[in-house]
Design a protein around this ligand. Structure first.
Ligand SMILES: *Cc1c(COP(=O)(O)O)cnc(C)c1O
Length: 356
């Protein structure tokens, strides 16, 4: 039986992506070779890379003056690559969770990284508002979706300094005004592809403003110039990303998927709010993530946690345990998760309530 996959990452991919990658593993683009064994400089793969970049541009409506690159190293490498390339001596960070905190920590190797606001006081269960970004910061960094805590910044912030975002877990889930950002980066394994590739969207004229020497492989300009072929790119993951983007385009793009994502999230949040056994960890609807939906047992029913876990598992529901640092439950409802899986979870919650 196909499971209902709520894992936070690596996570569910569209069936289309799985089917097409299986085909590509057998025979890639009619080359008679597997995508796992073909040269990244072959005309077939160069075409795949170019098409994947074009799909990113098309689906996110990326304006002129921006470049797309695909790198290894995960989103975590961007925590250090970003300040190395963009920060002379001062940057600003909004601390909304574990990943945001890790990004901030790395920036401190390069100078003064100001934490403009933090929601740590309440276990990151809200998005800080009304903060002031220092006007002399080289950039302001936000994490649009906080995968672990389940908050999301769904509105592109308006600031006067260059804006940078880690969109690892909500990229392609909704329209984004790319023109507001200097850099957007996203590890692929939440909403795009298997682990191994990171997508970076860069405004080209934001680069070249720092005085430090940058090692060649860590310089964004190296990869822009080489069109992500400076060294061997993660060929397989890029190929899989191409399939997911084709699937998304066919479905109607980010506006169409956003509608579905809103519908899925509403279904689950409504049940969490209604069901007496559970409470949501994020109270303000405005801050609630549409991608990672977190909830815990109500105080009176704490002892039922393991029971619900086992019950859900018996219904083919996997991956709903909260992050090891928070506990409780987290249902990740990424683009590829069908609404039927959300319904299965909601039904399990209702049924478990009825028999408790
Ligand atoms: C998963 C995740 C990361 C870490 O990604 P890696 O590819 O494992 O380095 C960073 N930021 C956010 C928001 C994430 O969800």
């Amino acid at each position: 039986m196909k499971k209902h996959n709520f894992y936070a990452g690596p996570s569910i991919l569209p069936q289309y992506t799985l089917d097409k990658t299986v085909e590509g593993i057998r025979d890639f683009a009619g080359s008679g070779l597997s995508v796992l064994e073909i040269s990244h400089r072959s005309k077939e793969f160069v075409a795949c890379m170019n098409d994947t970049m074009a799909l990113v541009k098309e689906l996110l409506d990326v304006p002129e003056g921006y470049k797309i690159i695909f790198l290894g190293g995960g989103a975590s490498l961007q925590f250090t690559m970003l300040p190395m390339n963009m920060m002379n001596s001062k940057s600003a960070y909004l601390n909304t969770g574990e990943w945001a905190g890790k990004a901030l920590k790395e920036a401190r190797f390069y100078g003064e990284a100001v934490e403009v606001a933090s929601s740590k006081d309440k276990l990151f269960n809200y998005i800080p508002k009304n903060y002031v970004v220092p006007a002399d910061a080289d950039y302001f960094h936000v994490t649009t979706n906080n995968t672990i805590y389940g908050t999301e910044l769904r509105k592109d912030p308006d600031v006067s300094v260059p804006l940078v975002a880690d969109m690892s877990s909500d990229i392609f889930s909704r329209p984004v005004d790319v023109s507001k950002y200097s850099i957007i980066y996203a590890g692929a394994q939440k909403n795009l592809a298997p682990a191994g590739v990171t997508l970076i969207i860069i405004k080209e004229d934001a680069l070249g403003k720092v005085s430090r020497p940058i090692p060649t492989i860590l310089d964004y300009r190296t990869h822009i110039k080489a069109e992500s072929m400076f060294n061997t790119p993660p060929v397989f993951a890029v190929f899989a990303a191409q399939q997911t983007l084709r699937w998304l385009k066919e479905l109607g793009g980010v506006r169409a998927i956003q509608k579905i994502n809103i519908e899925k999230a509403a279904l689950l949040y409504d049940e969490i709010d209604r069901n007496k056994l559970f409470v949501p960890t994020i109270k303000d609807p405005e801050d609630r993530s549409l991608m990672n939906i977190c909830f815990i047992m109500a105080d009176e029913y704490k002892e039922l946690e393991q029971g619900f876990s086992d019950f859900a598992k018996s219904k083919g529901i996997v991956g709903i345990a909260g992050h090891r640092s928070v506990g409780g439950f987290r249902a990740s409802t990424y683009n590829a998760l069908p609404i039927e899986s959300v319904k299965a979870l909601v039904d399990a919650m209702k049924e478990f309530e009825a028999r408790s």
